[in-house]
Design a protein around this ligand. Structure first.
Ligand code: NAD
Ligand code: DAU
Length: 356
């Protein structure tokens, strides 16, 4: 089985590549543009294995995508390439429209042309798996409710609106042209190789640098956290066993307020890397202006993927967060160059000025 993983140099895509390559029956091509968020160092564990190869390309380049689909005899496309950070989408929505919407459209066009040229048996098993987010559903009240696959779309940010648009395109290519697509909508991931613009890695690294730990608003917003390796297993199942035209919600059943997440990280660091003078990491917590359009709460009902595909997460939030903190303590070779050269942790997304 030959996979094309787009965005495979990113946080989740690299976890998917590492996971798939452990199966010798799979061959994996990672197609990535290598934006600020793409990092080939995240593929170091598999860069020399026989069933992995990398191609630097833009998903907006339909010809390049089609060439790779044909060259590598692809059976399954897993489309993860995207601009993924809500705060950056507030400062500059243009790249989100380009990659997330236009890029998905180009991927669909290339996939359709390729799929139409396949012999019937390969046509039948081909899948276009579009990896999406729970943010397309908008937000939930603090006191109840969960996202199910039928929840109407109501995105709040330029990021989530661009992902919602891409999901609609994927469904349209199924309904109109018969392309065998599957979709998944997942909650917040965390784990090793997480780019330190997102809450959990940002807080870990700021704490190690003795810098303020920025909590938006009162820290009361709730996210449903999933360890990235559990997501990678779910994605393999959706791509290989999901029914064409269907979507699957994926979540960790681990709702936490942002403040609780930050405090837990502080407490883990207190035991693993105590500060000088007996001070606590919690003293670094700093409440800052809220994110514009900040969704209150996300919560995923993952019963469909559990019932139909037999998936459940292996990691709970406490064990997964401890593994994550330990990984960042042990892997400065990975995050040191990012903090020095790509993103040093400054505040993003205050909507003072909207760029391209
Ligand atoms: P990421 O930002 O870490 O990685 C994105 C990758 O896509 C990078 O390697 C980047 O170089 C690549 N890329 C960007 N534009 C490209 C283009 N035009 N052509 C080719 N490659 C391009 O993102 P992530 O957190 O790993 O998210 C991956 C996918 O999963 C996204 O589609 C995102 O919407 C979705 N998702 C993420 C989460 C989460 O919590 N991180 C949760 C649910 C869904
Ligand atoms: O729900 C899935 C989504 O999760 C994915 O689709 C996105 O790609 C991914 O980035 C993530 O989006 P969030 O906006 O929820 O993640 P982020 O880590 O940016 O923020 C998590 C919460 O923490 C959110 O409520 C905002 C808050 N926050 C974030 C940062 C960066 C802070 O309080 N302080 C911060 O410095």
């Amino acid at each position: 089985m030959n996979f094309l993983v787009t965005g495979g140099a990113g946080f989740i895509g690299s976890a998917v590549c590492r996971h798939l390559c452990a199966n010798p029956a799979y061959r994996v091509t990672n197609l990535d543009k290598l934006t600020y968020a793409g990092n080939l160092a995240s593929l170091r564990p598999i860069e020399n294995v026989h069933n992995y190869r990398f191609a630097q390309a833009d998903i907006c380049d339909e010809r390049a995508v089609l060439d790779i689909l044909r060259r590598d005899d692809i059976d399954i496309v897993m489309n993860l390439a995207a601009e993924s950070h809500v705060d950056r989408s507030i400062d500059g929505p243009g790249a989100f429209i380009e990659t997330n919407i236009v890029g998905t459209y180009k991927m669909l066009n290339a996939a359709l042309e390729y799929w139409r040229g396949l012999p019937d048996d390969r046509k039948a098993r081909f899948r276009f798996h579009h990896v999406s987010t729970d943010e397309v559903f908008g937000d939930l009240p603090f006191d109840g409710g969960m996202f199910v696959e039928e929840t109407p779309y109501a995105p709040s940010s330029p990021y989530s609106a661009s992902k919602a648009a891409s999901d609609h395109l994927v469904r349209a290519w199924h309904e109109t042209y018969g392309l065998p697509v599957v979709l998944s909508n997942c909650s917040n991931n965390y784990g090793p190789y997480h780019f330190p613009e997102k809450l959990i890695p940002l807080v870990i690294l700021n704490a190690l640098d003795e810098r303020p730990l920025p909590v938006y608003g009162a820290g009361a917003n709730v996210r449903d956290w999933l360890f990235v390796e559990d997501h990678a297993r779910a994605l393999e199942l959706v791509a290989t066993k999901g029914h064409p035209g269907e979507s699957y919600n994926v979540g960790g059943n681990s709702e936490r307020t942002n403040l609780a997440v930050v405090e837990t990280i502080c407490d883990l660091l207190d035991t693993r890397r105590p500060r000088a003078g007996g001070r606590r990491y919690r003293e670094l917590i700093s409440f800052v202006t809220d994110r514009p359009g900040h969704d209150r709460r996300y919560a995923i009902d993952a019963s469909k993927i559990s019932r139909e595909l037999g998936w459940t997460p292996k990691e709970n939030f406490d064990s997964g967060l401890a593994r994550t903190v330990d990984w960042f303590l042990d892997n400065k070779w990975w995050w040191g160059p990012i903090r020095e050269q790509r993103y040093a942790g400054e505040r993003l997304g205050e909507a003072r000025k909207v760029g391209a």
